[in-house]
Design a protein around this ligand. Structure first.
Ligand SMILES: [Fe+2]
Length: 202
């Protein structure tokens, strides 16, 4: 596993300290089959519209001639997906949630890796990483550190969804992707009462 560069490590520690923890950790589950079907069709239909993703400091391809990931975003599709999956996230979280963001589809390329990091503190509190498709030569698991710092490696295949507290738990894939690609989409929510609870200091 690649070590996170010092500046990212520092940033991760600061963000972690500021992030709330809901006591949920992470949980792997299966997406409803009709949702997976629509995601795969969306990926296939739009395959020619994917472009190199804007640089992200924790996403790297060590080959300077290669791009780390392709990206395509259809705001309407993503908004529908967020709404559709809100209930599943609320069920896992045991509370009402508000949509924060839906990101992707991102298609990681051969050789790419993700340094361990945490997600945006205020918005990516209850999140999920959904595997839409992959063509791998060997597994490329998501690494997640639980709240006690214990390491976990979770393989995600098409149709698998990993609920996780991304703002608080360090996660990444700090080893090169061996395969042709891995396609993901990410949805993020925050507790519905987050802002009001902060206002009253609870
Ligand atoms: Fe992340």
């Amino acid at each position: 596993m690649f070590d996170t560069p010092a500046h990212l490590e520092q940033q991760t520690r600061e963000q972690q300290a500021a992030a709330r923890y809901c006591g949920l950790g992470f949980k792997k589950a299966t997406l409803p089959s009709e949702v997976l079907q629509r995601l795969r069709q969306h990926l296939e239909t739009n395959s020619r519209r994917f472009r190199a993703e804007e640089p992200i400091d924790y996403l790297v391809n060590p080959d300077p001639g290669k791009i780390p990931a392709l990206y395509f975003e259809d705001k309407e599709f993503n908004a529908t997906l967020s709404r559709e999956l809100q209930g599943l996230h609320e069920e896992w979280a045991g509370r009402s949630l508000t949509e924060s963001a839906c990101y992707g589809i991102r298609v990681y390329q051969r050789g790419s890796f993700l340094y361990n990091h945490v997600d945006h503190t205020d918005t990516h509190i209850i999140s999920s990483s959904i595997c839409v498709d992959h063509r791998l030569d060997k597994p490329w698991p998501l690494y997640v550190e639980d709240i006690d710092g214990n390491p976990h490696q979770i393989d995600l295949d098409p149709g698998d969804i990993l609920f996780y507290e991304g703002a608080r738990l360090r996660h990444g894939r700090a080893y090169p992707l061996e395969g042709d690609y891995y396609a993901s989409i990410f949805v993020h929510y925050r507790p519905a009462n987050l802002w009001s609870s902060r206002l009253v200091g609870t």
